[in-house]
Write a protein that binds this ligand. Structure first.
Ligand SMILES: Nc1ncnc2c1ncn2[C@@H]1O[C@H](COP(=O)(O)OP(=O)(O)OP(=O)(O)O)[C@@H](O)[C@H]1O
Ligand SMILES: [Mg+2]
Length: 327
């Protein structure tokens, strides 16, 4: 598998009246071609901002990417201007985003045919007729029966499940290298969410497209992902394969998340305590106030850089665990 994306030291801030919000702090990770990467963490921990930064889609101002690199297919995306031709070619063509809220992602006043074919016409030199044919083909690939006829529909004429399929079709129609699926803040019906992920999983496998699954629910990503990044208060605090994360979580926050995985149909049980304010945070471990394993030294040391143990695929930012592992 070739390396598709390498993010190094990504740091994004928002300048607000209350102060500077450190939404994403020194975040580094990678993604291989065709790989499924889960990104999990509580609401407000920086999952969406980290992904939107990559796509140069954060509102500026108040947002600003203050440091970092995001090398995608050999070029640093963060060097491009937000409104540059390069960036608008990459969005939708090489990297697609899916927000799991179909009613807000689809344009209610445009037919499905128009929404899909415009995506193709924007990025590829094809005729309108070819673009419509491609759209019909993609609709049947995402499991919509009678696709040619459905193309003429407006979003409101489709069921919720079908709208999700259309969204996936739009994301896939230019055969991107990578899809970012970002869960809506308001949790969708668990069954509908599972259906969408199942569909995505199936189609990215077919086309060998890399997928970043952004969610609160560790249980869900564990089912589909190859590797998982765990985010807390703007930091990636742990990364590893699904097996490593489940069998041997190296960050107390990850351990908390595992205990919180809801059984089928249940809501997520929150970890005790509140995440810290992202304004004026000290350089110590962000999980300190909630951590049941904290030691005296944790109050004195800066949060560790995400460090791999055993030179492998499993890394943590917990000073205590790193010392235990001899790092
Ligand atoms: N436009 C903005 N202005 C100020 N702060 C912002 C802005 N957008 C995001 N933030 C802050 O950045 C932090 C990270 O937000 P983000 O949306 O990435 O969280 P998230 O992990 O995606 O949460 P959720 O699971 O609820 O979607 C939050 O504290 C949020 O308040
Ligand atoms: Mg989000």
């Amino acid at each position: 598998m070739g390396r598709l994306l390498t993010v190094t030291g990504l740091t994004t801030e928002f300048r607000t009246e209350r102060g500077i919000v450190s939404a994403v702090k020194n975040v580094s990770y990678h993604l291989d071609e065709g790989e499924i990467l889960g990104l999990v963490g509580e609401s407000g921990c920086g999952k969406s901002v980290s992904q939107l930064s990559l796509m140069q889609l954060i509102p500026t101002p108040p947002g600003k990417i203050v440091a970092g690199e995001a090398v995608f297919m050999g070029a640093d995306l963060l060097k491009y201007e937000k409104n540059s031709k390069e960036m608008s070619q990459i969005r939708g063509k090489n990297i697609s985003m899916i927000f799991q809220e179909p009613m807000t992602s689809l344009n209610p006043s445009m037919t499905i045919a128009k929404q899909m074919s415009e995506m193709v016409l924007m990025h590829e030199k094809v005729t309108k007729k070819e673009a419509i044919e491609r759209s019909a083909d993609m609709l049947s690939q995402v499991g919509i029966p009678d696709a040619a006829k459905r193309l003429e529909d407006y979003p409101y004429q489709l069921s919720g499940g079908m709208r999700q399929r259309v969204m996936v079709g739009i994301a896939m129609i230019c055969n991107p290298k990578m899809i970012i699926a970002d869960e809506a803040t308001t949790a969708l019906d668990a069954t509908i969410q599972a259906q969408l992920l199942e569909l995505l999983y199936e189609i990215v496998g077919r086309y060998h497209t890399a997928l970043v699954m952004v969610t609160h629910n560790l249980g869900i990503v564990a089912r589909y992902a190859n590797r998982i990044n765990v985010m807390y208060a703007g930091h990636i605090v742990e990364t590893g394969t699904v097996k490593e994360i489940w069998a041997n979580p190296l960050h107390p926050y990850t351990e908390g998340l595992i205990h919180c995985v809801p059984k089928l149909g249940e809501r997520l049980l929150p970890i005790k305590g509140m995440p810290p304010s992202l304004i004026g945070r000290p350089p110590t471990c962000p999980f300190l106030s909630r951590c049941q394993y904290r030691q005296k030294s944790c109050f004195e040391e800066n949060v560790a850089d995400l460090t791999y143990v055993d030179g492998g695929t499993h890394a943590t930012a917990c000073n205590v665990r790193l010392k235990e592992a001899g790092q």
